[in-house]
Design a protein around this ligand. Structure first.
Ligand code: ATP
Length: 240
């Protein structure tokens, strides 16, 4: 059996009387990009929030790096390397670019290493380097997504979770974001990617799960899914 980094076993979650997830299972092995796709309201964000511990599932288990984390706090999970790039990026626009980046490292004690990694991020994102002491409000949406990614990398993720990173970006930046995810993955990063942009996500993922109304509708090889009628159906006729 492959070495599983994340294993979600049959979790269910609800908001009051609204069932958001029903019996959802998901696995991410070390070094993989796994994508979860599905229409608006399918439960994708709830799945991420459950893994992060913000939403408490009503049943099921979650294991990460060989430990049962089902009852762990958000703080403990962050400390163990579960890092989220949230939907909408959540950049603090009244702070500088560098201050935003360093927020990612706030739980770390190895300041010297953080400085080195910060320089590595500036090498990868010259635009962030150029404006490092400027207010983050000067960045475009695409650049803010780079900043959010850089900030997450400074948290030293063992699993990087991204909630719709392509949302609202120009086509050029969409391509750039997916290239960056692949680049980091080639360096060994494991990624759980939530997307409505199915075509891009299925291209870079090693495995995919399709959610439909809170349930797993399909699971497997992304290339086999790309043109499938079942996927189209999960989107209720939406653009795939
Ligand atoms: P989106 O792409 O719009 O974020 P999603 O696939 O991430 O969609 P979720 O946001 O996880 O879906 O929502 C799953 C279900 O839970 C939907 O029916 C949604 O209306 C409901 N829901 C989500 N958040 C809440 C909340 N805070 N209170 C009540 N219901 C919610």
């Amino acid at each position: 059996m492959m070495d599983m980094l994340l294993e979600v076993r049959e979790i269910s979650a609800c908001y009051g009387r609204v069932d958001a997830l029903r019996n959802v299972s998901l696995r991410v092995a070390g070094g993989e990009i796994v994508t979860v796709v599905g229409a608006n309201g399918a439960g994708k964000s709830t799945l991420l929030l459950s893994i992060l511990g913000v939403v408490s599932p009503t049943r099921g288990q979650i294991a990460f790096a060989g430990q049962d984390i089902t009852r762990w706090s958000v703080h403990q999970r962050l400390g163990s390397g579960l890092v989220l790039v949230p939907e909408g990026r959540q950049i603090l626009v009244s702070m500088t670019i560098e201050e935003n980046l360093l927020l990612g490292a706030h739980m770390r004690r190895d300041g010297g290493v953080v400085r080195k990694e910060l320089e590595g991020i500036y090498d990868r994102f010259p635009n962030l380097a150029r404006h490092r002491s400027h207010n983050a409000s000067c960045l475009s949406g695409g650049e803010q997504q780079m900043l959010a990614l850089g900030r997450a990398m400074l948290a030293k993720p063992r699993l990087l979770m991204m909630d719709e990173p392509s949302l609202g970006l120009s086509p050029l930046f969409v391509t750039k974001v997916f290239e960056l995810i692949e680049e980091y993955n080639r360096d060994g990063l494991s990624v759980l990617l939530i997307e409505q942009n199915t075509s891009h996500a299925l291209k870079i993922a090693h495995r995919a799960t399709v959610l439909e109304l809170g349930r797993v509708a399909m699971e497997g090889e992304p290339s086999a899914m790309a043109g499938s009628a079942r996927l189209q159906q999960a989107y209720l006729g939406g653009a795939v």
